[in-house]
Structure formats: structure tokens, C-alpha cells
Design a protein around this ligand. Structure first.
Ligand code: REL
Length: 834
């Protein structure tokens, strides 16, 4: 029964994401019995790559976890029982070569491919073998991904260790007989950056592993491979990957993980190594020969380890170079670095993959004309807040090194650090990375994941999407939540938990918890604070209920992946709400303030108790992972410890007469959820499409293809929003957008807006804008005024000009609306309003 339900889940939900469905419950003469009473054996050539033999042991352990039956691991085919899994790389497995030479298999379709695998069943490959399941990799990672895909589909989550997800028990396992060939990954290098790792990850790893050594990295390498990633920028806050433990790069290479160093750590040398061993200033004009010696060591140490070398130079640490640094100097630095690469490797520099990260001010050098050789990947970056700053022009000539993206799920810097818990809405991640792919930035995708935990869900999303961008689109995005929930918790909970994750992503992205305070949401306008709080409390009730319902062995995983993030956010909202209520009553000399003060103090304690609960999970396995401070920020940098927001007590009850605030709320306004248009005019090959859940309160809408912009004309694509107004006069129309930047490098993205038959007004999305506010509020809003000339039916038209703009909401109001953080709640949510 369990087997049936798991398969149904994969079939119903998984078709788009796992086009290659491996398991079957309808056995036929060709399907492969991985476990049927007994377990098939697993064969590898002992001379095949280390990684092939390693993943064979992972499959062995996973089959045992799922079925209780441990497959034998063999290197001599004569030892095989009736059924055997054969794992190998095409070029190193003598077994695969001999099967091919005897025309039993063909793997021509793997030749020369990057990280590709073929899975097929063979009947009677040898006299003593009934059936063999062949997992052939075009290279070692291809073989690993094929094997680990099987591990995932039999019921072992990639997060089994990192989030304590139990294996889904099954008695039998049959692999279906259809041969499957994976497509090479869309993005060649797909990775994560462990960053901002103190205090949480650093304290945890010190206690559990003794530091950032190969023991903890090995856990990360396995996770990365199970998630079909292949690239890592290691932790660098006082840590130095290759210097802290010389086994780190060796073991990374064995695991097939390509290692680099972050955007400001050139030539595979950690920033902390300069602090440890550097001689003289980090200044190429004054100290070039010492810097070259320092860098040479990074390349010498690289040996044969697969790496991507960061080139270029920034200031010391994560700082810009000095004012006025000449492009010519930077170009000569790159030239010298490439000379070192070539000297040390004995090959042309172009034979070693390199990247140049256009991070922060470095992009300005590029924009002013600095260039690097064609084989170097240009790593374009977001603004540290998930909004891509620059993309290659659509249809730009291809470059040898291509383009990549450095993205953030966590950040230290302006306007505020966000490094406590997950605040990433994957709908926005999809939309931005889809833009990246559409504009050709697909050689490297690397994302800053902070402490790794608790970013489990967005990390899976990012790497799944990088693996195959064709799998996910605006129409099937919502299924991802359910599918991922099902992979961790099984069919029975997939829909419920998927829905919790979806709502969480949307609510959490409204504002980073580090930026929340008692004044964020209005207590008066639209009862905003109460409404937002009640959304969180409803979500918490759902998360508590599902946590109570999941089987005992899933509770730790459910706490980490579902309940904790929801509860942590809810408590913070409850805390700031209680503080706001306290301050409101205290201002009125009303002793009701006192119970709110007590409540706030209680909630402040609840916040730390929740972290303690996290730390005590699984016998203390995750102690310190929630050490990050998050209450009491006064500027961008984190406070040394949390601090209770100020509350006050009223000793003499002398409430002032309250002037009712109500007229503010009754000011006439119309508020349209973006997708609640009356008409969508798709024109000139451009279509309006809804991106579900991308907005702060709902869906968003944008145009496809995302690479096509159009000058405004009377036939431009537009959306119409109809409304009825008995009033006339001046009306302010506000549009609310996702904070997309002008990734085209132009003077700002544009749209146009009109009311009734008036000429459209062209609006610059970024004109006179305040980036700090956009990212803190996670929205850009623009207001344009019009005049309604007669009462009756009216139409707002929103015209497309630039591609890539995501509209979330439109409001129209007479006069100034009361201040609120979110736009006034939608008065119009569907198409039926006009
Ligand atoms: O988010 C970023 O990319 C930077 O803040 C970091 O890369 C940077 O290295 C910082 O952690 C410290 O140096």
C-alpha cells in the first residue's frame, strides 16, 4: 500500500519534474527487481572512478534503509546473483565496455556529453544473470547523478542527513523497463556558497566536527551531488578551505565537486590566507610581486582538482578597490594571473575554467569597457537581494566562457543583514533565473546560502531548476511545492505541506524579519497589522496540525522544514504586534498597555525557546544552527545579541478621549490584484502570463517572451482593469511591482498607464527611485494621476513597454490613502468585477 501511494505521488505530481520515472508497480518481464524478496547486487569495476564506487555504497545503504534488505556490493560479475545493478562510466568501466563490444548495450548517445546518464534494463546479459539494471554515466558525475536519482526515487531524500528526513519504507522495488537517457544539465556549473557562516554554522561545525574540515565538507559534497549540484564556494569567514584541512580539496575532487573561491578571493586563495600569510599590503601597484607569489600558490595547490578560478581583484576583503583604480591596471592584473595559471599548469590559461565576477563596483569596470579574455565566464550578479543587475543583451554573440549568475538567499550588508531564516519566495527565484536563462546566462549558477540550513527548500529549487530549466514554468510552478513536500513527507502530506511552504514563501518574502519592527504594519489602515498577523496565525495552526499528524519518525524533519520557519516568523510578528499595541495604549495612558507589555515579553522569551527547541532536535544534532541574532537591529549590521523592543507600563489609568480614525479607511479606492484584469490584450506575439504567488499578497503578471520589449504604440499589449465610479475628479493610480532592476543596462525599465481614452503616460520604473527602500519593502510602486471626467464605467490600461516587469497590484484612489506597508487589500480579485 505504501509502495502504491508513493508511486502514485511520483506519477501524478512528478511527471514534469521527473520526466524519467524510474519505479513501477506494474512489473513485466523486463522490469528490474531491485528488491523482491531479496535485494539485487550492485556491481562496479573496482578500477572505475572513486565516485562510482562511492555512489554504489550510497545506493546500497539507501536500499537497505528503504527495504531492510542490504544489496551485496560486488566487483566480480561471477559473484552476481540473478539480478544485478551495474554502475559505471562509459570510458572507465571495463564491464560497460565489454557489454558494448558484445552489442548488448549501446551508449553512443552518451559520448562526449557532460554529466549525462542512461538507465536501462538488460535481460540475460550473462548466462547466470537474469536481469541487469545498467546505470551508465557519460562521466563520473553522470554515473553519480543516475544512481542518486534512483536513490531519491526509491524514497531517500537528498536531505536525509541534513534535515533528518526518514527513508520511506517499502517492501519491494521494481525499476521499469523503459530505457532512459537524461539530458545534459541546462547549467554547466550549479553550486552553493557557504557564507556569513558565523555564528550559526561556524559554532555548529566547531562543536560537531571540530571546524570546517573534510568531515563536514564530505557531508556537503554528498548533499550537493544528491541535489545534482557540482560546484562550491566554501566557507570563508575566517576559514580557508585548502589551508584549514589539506584533505578538503582532495576529497572534493573525489566527490566530483568543482571548487572555486568567492568573488573577491582570486586564484583559489581564501581571503583569510592573506591575513595568515600575506606579506605587505593588498595593493597591486605597491606589492605586485608578493601578490603574484601568493596567487601562484593557489594554482600550484589546485593540481588536477577540478576548479573554477576566480580572477580579477577587489579591495582587501569584500571592499572596492581604491577610488580611481584604473581599468588598465585591472586588465594587467588579469593578464598576470593568467600567466601564472599558464606557467603553473603548463597549458594555455584558457584550459583552466575561470570566472570574473561583476559584483558590486566591478560591474562598473565592465560597463566602462574593461574586458577579460573570451574563455573567462562573466559571472553576473544580483543586487544581493535576489534582483539580477545585469544580463547579456538578448541575442548577444556567444562568448567562449559564457555568462553565469551569482545569486543570494542570504546577505550581510545594506540595507540590513538577512541571515536568520529562509525568506526566499521561490516564485521570484524562478522568475529571475528564468530571465537569466532566457538571456543566455547559463554557464554557472551559484547561490549564497548562508549557513546552508535552514535554506533546504530554496536550495533544492535552485539546483533542480539549474539542472533542467525546461522542467519548471509559470504554469506548473505550484506543483513544485507539493512534489518537494511529497519527497520529504510522502503522499499523505504532500498537498498540505506543499501549500504551507507556498504560503510561507510568499509571506516571508514581504519583509526580512531583521527589518520588521512594531511600526511595519499599520494598526489602523485596513486593519493591516491584524490581517497580516492572522494570516501567520492561520498558517501556524496549519503547520502545527500537520506536525501533530506526521508519524513520529518524521517529526524532526517536519519541525525543521515546516513548523520552525512558520512558528519563528509568527512569533516575531506577534511580538511586534504586541509591542505596537502596548505603545498605542501607553500613548493613551491606558493600562491595557500593561497586558500587551507582558505579552510582548512572553513572546520574546518564546522566540529564544523556539531556538532552543531547534537546538535540541535529534539529540542536539543541530545545536547552534539557530544562533543567529535577529531582534534588535538598529542599522545594517547585526546586534551582538537579541534585545527586547522597548515597552512601557502605565500606572495611572487616564485614557485620552479617542478620536475615531475610521474616515481614513472609508476613502473610496479600488484595488486590483494584477491577475484580476478585465481583459488581457496579447498582441504582436507577446502574451500576458500569470506567475503564481510571486507578489507580496498574490500572483504577479508579466509578458512572455521575456526577451522582447516593444516601443509603445496603440497596438501594444495591454491589460485592462474596469471599475465603476459614481465620483469624478482627480484619481491616483498606483502600480506595485516586483523590484526588478534594469538588467539591460539601460536607463530604467518602462511601462505606460492610461485611464479611459486619455493618452498613455510612460512611466520609468526606476526613475528617482530609492534602491534601499525597494529591497527592504520588496516592491517598487509608482503613482500616476488622472482625471475621471464623468461618473460611470472606467478602464485603467496598463501597457507593456519593457520586458521583465512583474506587476503585482494596481490601486486607484481619490485623495491620499492612509499609510500602510502592503497596498490596500484587493477589492477586486477576479475577472468578474466589471
Ligand atoms: O554576499 C557576498 O557576496 C559578500 O558579502 C561576501 O561574499 C563577502 O565575502 C563577505 O561574506 C565577507 O567578506
Amino acid at each position: 500500500m505504501k509502495k502504491l501511494s508513493h508511486l502514485l505521488l511520483l506519477m501524478v505530481l512528478g511527471q514534469y519534474l521527473h520526466a524519467q520515472q524510474l519505479l513501477t508497480n506494474r512489473t513485466d518481464k523486463n522490469s528490474f527487481p531491485l528488491v523482491n524478496g531479496t535485494a539485487a547486487a550492485i556491481y562496479t569495476d573496482s578500477t572505475d572512478d572513486w565516485l562510482v564506487n562511492k555512489v554504489a555504497t550510497l545506493l546500497q545503504a539507501d536500499v537497505e534503509k528503504v527495504t531492510g534488505k542490504k544489496p551485496a556490493l560486488i566487483h566480480n560479475i561471477a559473484d552476481a546473483p540473478a539480478n544485478v545493478v551495474i554502475i559505471g562510466t562509459c570510458d572507465r568501466s571495463r564491464m560497460l565496455q565489454s557489454l558494448r563490444n558484445s552489442n548488448k548495450i549501446s551508449y553512443g548517445d552518451l559520448n562526449g556529453k557532460w554529466e549525462t546518464y542512461r538507465i536501462q534494463t538488460l535481460v540475460k546479459p550473462f548466462a547466470h544473470i537474469e536481469k541487469a539494471l545498467i546505470i551508465a554515466g557519460s562521466d563520473k558525475r553522470g554515473a553519480a547523478y543516475g544512481t542518486l536519482e534512483l536513490c531519491k526515487q526509491i524514497g531517500v531524500s537528498p536531505w536525509y542527513w541534513w534535515a533528518d528526513v526518514p527513508a520511506r519504507k517499502q517492501e519491494t522495488l521494481h525499476v521499469n523497463s523503459t530505457a532512459r537517457l537524461s539530458t545534459p544539465p541546462t547549467v554547466k556549473y550549479r553550486g552553493i556558497f557557504i557564507n556569513d557562516e558565523a555564528p550559526a554554522f561556524a559554532n555548529w561545525t566547531k562543536e560537531k566536527f571540530g571546524g570546517f574540515n573534510h568531515k563536514v565538507y564530505e557531508k556537503m559534497f554528498e548533499l550537493l551531488l544528491r541535489l545534482k549540484g557540482n560546484f562550491l564556494w566554501p566557507a570563508m569567514w575566517g576559514n580557508a578551505f585548502s589551508d584549514d584541512d589539506t584533505l578538503n580539496p582532495v576529497i572534493a575532487h573525489q566527490w566530483g565537486i568543482v571548487v572555486g573561491s568567492s568573488h573577491h578571493e582570486p586564484m583559489l586563495r581564501a581571503h583569510d590566507e592573506w591575513r595568515r600569510y600575506g606579506k605587505g599590503p593588498w595593493n597591486y601597484v605597491r606589492n605586485d610581486s608578493s601578490l603574484r607569489d601568493f596567487w601562484r600558490k593557489g594554482i600550484m595547490r589546485m593540481q588536477q582538482h577540478e576548479s573554477i578560478v576566480t580572477i580579477g581583484m577587489r579591495g582587501d576583503g569584500d571592499e572596492p578597490m581604491t577610488e580611481g583604480t584604473a581599468t588598465a591596471l585591472l586588465e594587467s592584473i588579469v593578464k598576470d594571473q593568467r600567466q601564472i595559471i599558464s606557467d603553473v599548469t603548463g597549458k594555455p590559461a584558457a584550459a583552466t575554467p575561470q570566472l570574473w565576477a561583476l559584483y558590486k563596483e566591478v560591474q562598473d569596470y565592465y560597463d566602462k569597457g574593461m574586458r577579460v579574455p573570451d574563455d573567462v565566464t562573466l559571472l553576473l550578479c544580483d543586487d544581493n537581494w535576489g534582483n539580477i543587475r545585469k544580463l547579456p543583451p538578448a541575442g548577444a554573440p556567444s562568448r567562449g566562457g559564457g555568462y553565469g549568475i551569482y545569486y543570494h538567499f542570504d546577505y550581510v550588508g545594506d540595507p540590513r543583514n538577512y541571515k536568520w531564516i529562509n525568506t526566499n519566495n521561490v516564485a521570484r527565484v524562478w522568475e529571475q533565473m528564468h530571465l537569466a536563462k532566457a538571456y543566455g546566462a547559463d554557464r554557472i549558477w551559484i547561490v549564497n546560502v548562508g549557513d546552508l540550513k535552514p535554506m533546504e527548500f530554496p536550495i533544492s529549487f535552485f539546483l533542480d531548476y539549474a539542472w533542467n530549466t525546461n522542467d519548471l514554468n509559470e504554469d506548473n510552478l505550484r506543483k513544485y511545492y507539493t512534489l518537494w513536500a511529497g519527497e520529504q513527507f510522502g503522499t499523505a502530506y504532500a498537498t498540505r505541506i506543499g501549500d504551507i511552504l507556498r504560503r510561507f514563501g510568499q509571506y516571508a518574502a514581504r519583509r526580512k524579519p531583521e527589518l520588521l519592527d512594531a511600526g511595519t504594519y499599520s494598526l489602523t489602515a485596513y486593519k493591516e497589522a491584524t490581517r497580516v498577523l492572522s494570516e501567520w496565525e492561520t498558517l501556524l495552526a496549519d503547520a502545527e496540525a500537520v506536525y501533530a499528524a506526521v508519524p513520529a519518525d518524521h517529526k524532526d524533519a517536519c519541525f525543521q522544514l515546516v513548523l520552525h520557519p512558520v512558528k519563528a516568523f509568527t512569533i516575531v510578528h506577534q511580538l511586534y504586534h504586541a509591542v505596537a499595541m502596548n505603545r498605542q495604549y501607553a500613548a493613551q495612558h491606558d493600562t491595557t498597555a500593561n497586558s500587551w507589555a507582558d505579552k510582548a515579553k512572553q513572546l520574546y522569551i518564546s522566540d529564544s525557546l523556539l531556538s532552543i527547541q531547534y537546538h535540541q532536535l535529534a539529540g542536539g544534532k543541530w545545536n547552534h544552527m539557530m544562533d543567529q541574532t535577529h531582534i534588535g537591529y538598529t542599522y545594517w549590521q547585526q546586534p551582538a545579541s537579541n534585545s527586547m523592543p522597548a515597552v512601557s507600563y502605565i500606572t495611572r489609568h487616564q485614557p485620552a478621549a479617542i478620536t475615531p480614525d475610521t474616515p481614513k479607511d472609508t476613502l473610496p479606492y479600488f484595488s486590483f490584484a494584477a491577475a484580476a484584469y478585465t481583459n488581457a490584450l496579447h498582441r504582436g506575439g507577446i502574451r500576458w502570463k500569470v506567475i503564481p504567488d510571486i507578489g507580496r499578497t498574490g500572483d504577479g503578471i508579466t509578458t512572455f517572451p521575456v526577451t522582447r520589449s516593444l516601443p509603445l504604440n496603440k497596438n501594444s499589449p495591454c491589460l485592462e482593469y474596469g471599475f465603476f465610479s459614481a465620483d469624478t475628479g482627480k484619481i491616483a493610480v498606483s502600480c506595485y511591482f516586483s523590484p526588478t532592476l534594469d538588467f539591460t543596462g539601460g536607463k530604467g525599465l518602462k511601462y505606460a498607464i492610461s485611464v479611459d481614452n486619455e493618452a498613455p503616460v510612460i512611466v520609468g520604473l526606476h526613475e528617482n527611485g530609492d534602491w534601499n527602500k525597494w529591497v527592504a519593502d520588496n516592491v517598487i510602486s509608482r503613482t500616476t494621476s488622472f482625471r475621471l471626467r464623468q461618473p460611470g464605467k472606467h478602464t485603467i490600461r496598463y501597457w507593456m513597454i519593457s520586458a521583465g516587469i512583474v506587476l503585482q497590484q494596481i490601486t486607484a484612489s481619490y485623495g491620499t490613502l492612509p499609510a500602510s506597508y502592503l497596498p490596500p487589500p484587493a477589492t477586486v480579485n477576479d475577472h468578474e468585477h466589471y
